[in-house]
Design a binder for this molecule. Structure first.
Ligand SMILES: Nc1ncnc2c1ncn2[C@@H]1O[C@H](COP(=O)(O)OP(=O)(O)OP(=O)(O)O)[C@@H](O)[C@H]1O
Ligand SMILES: [Mg+2]
Length: 416
């Protein structure tokens, strides 16, 4: 057990403190246990309010001031899940009282130190198991909230992409026919011009008016450009559908650059210029990366969280700045990718020149529900979920460094 457990020992005999220190000196030295002592219930309650991270309370029954049973009931009021071991003077009646008052376990006086050690160990195991279960539940809950957010977004994106696909499909097919027909008509015109080189004044005038020569030259270019346009919309629609796919069951080989590009595409509306600020510049510097085995839907979710946070930070940094002031030091997001030196990791750096993160917040940003944003704007889940996805689901790393007021950089490291 490498975690340090904090235990409160409540007993009115001061001698017992030395005994405990002797018995647990190895654990104390190794930082495995930390004991806090109190001489009665009242003092114990004071210590409890000072040390909010206590794991366990061990209390005597008979003490002056406030006895163990009263302390036990007060503890239950403070925190119903708190675990207490009661040491009683023996006798079935006392033990029964303690257990009825909600003690987790009991020991009988005179204390057998071996027994005490075992009971503490057993109770702590229970406490930690409980904490782990609680954490797991909380994580599952967070993931559900986020995946609901993502699936709502995914659904919208997928349906828009689908709706675009049909009209683009028939424009693209008809363009092909239109180009073919126009080519035929032009060939016919050409033939006419050869067979009837002198069409008369009226037709000459019209030819001149419509600039036929230029028109013949330009028409194929127009068709090519329209064809290109429809292909772009097609690509867009397939990128959107790729982003929205929710195949989270199995890992597949994924092109990280595609993931980044698709996510940027979804965020395009937030990047473009508005009346308050110019467009957010996005600088991409992609290195050579192999495909990475991952859950694409989840990875897109992480990219979405990091890029949304960067945009939020940029927006915040624009407060009280005029359009032209922002223009002088433009909002910028830089994304670069590369392989680690040993070629075992793919790295994605996402940097923004927004507000930055103050050092005192740095430790907390990955915590569940930590947010610096106003109610309704941030839930404080983005980074905690992202870290979970990268670390637990992909065996990777996600970390951050920031120079407050200047830059913030998040780094994703994924094993290859
Ligand atoms: N690029 C960044 N620049 C500055 N601060 C950031 C940046 N990214 C994250 N933060 C800080 O970390 C906090 C936590 O981010 P996180 O994404 O977990 O939650 P959130 O963005 O507040 O809410 P949401 O759940 O909607 O994502 C943010 O509130 C912000 O204070
Ligand atoms: Mg966020």
């Amino acid at each position: 057990m490498t975690i340090s457990a904090k235990l409160l020992f409540v007993d009115d005999e001061p001698d017992i403190q030395e005994l405990i220190r002797q018995k647990f000196r190895k654990q104390l030295r190794q930082g495995q246990y930390q004991f806090i002592f109190a001489l009665n219930g009242i003092e114990a309650l004071e210590k409890i309010s000072e040390h909010t991270d206590l794991d366990l309370v061990i209390t005597d029954m008979n003490m002056p001031g406030m006895d163990g049973l009263t302390l036990l009931s007060k503890l239950k009021e403070l925190n119903p899940t708190f675990k207490t071991i009661v040491i009683s003077a023996g006798g079935m009646e006392n033990i029964q009282k303690a257990m009825n008052a909600g003690a987790f376990d009991f020991l009988v006086k005179p204390i057998n130190l071996q027994d005490l050690e075992l009971t503490i160990k057993k109770t702590l195991e229970f406490v930690y198991q409980n904490q782990t279960n609680k954490q797991k539940l909380q994580q599952a809950e967070e993931q559900l909230i986020q995946s609901e957010k993502m699936s709502a977004l995914g659904l919208l994106v997928a349906s828009v992409a689908h709706e675009i696909n049909n009209p683009v499909g028939y424009i693209s097919i008809n363009l092909k026919y239109a180009a073919e027909y126009v080519t035929n008509i032009l060939q016919l015109l050409n033939l006419y011009q050869k067979e009837f080189p002198y069409p008369g004044e009226k037709i000459e005038k019209k030819i001149h008016e419509i600039e036929l020569e230029y028109l013949i030259e330009d028409l194929p270019k127009i068709f090519a450009s329209m064809q290109h346009g429809t292909e772009c919309i097609r690509d867009l629609s397939s990128s959107l559908r790729m982003f929205a796919r929710s195949d989270t069951q199995t890992k597949i080989a994924f092109n990280l650059h595609e993931g980044i590009d698709n996510t940027l595409l979804i965020l395009k509306h937030r990047l473009k210029a508005n009346e308050h600020r110019p467009m957010i510049e996005v600088i991409r510097d992609y290195g050579e990366l192999p495909l990475v085995e991952c859950y694409p839907g989840q990875l897109n979710q992480v990219l979405m969280n990091l890029l949304s946070n960067a945009i939020d930070a940029l927006e915040e940094s624009n407060h009280n700045l005029s359009f032209s002031e922002i223009q002088m030091n433009p909002n910028r997001i830089s994304i670069s990718t590369h392989l680690s030196e040993d070629q075992n990791w793919a790295l994605i750096h996402i940097q923004d020149n927004g507000v930055g993160i103050p050092s005192e917040a740095m430790e907390k940003i990955f915590e569940h529900l930590f947010t610096s944003k106003p109610v309704g704007q941030g839930t404080g889940l983005g980074l905690s979920i992202s870290r979970q996805i990268i670390v637990e689901k992909h065996g990777g790393k996600l970390w951050c460094k920031s120079d407050p007021g200047k830059v913030t950089e998040f780094v994703i490291e994924l094993p290859i």
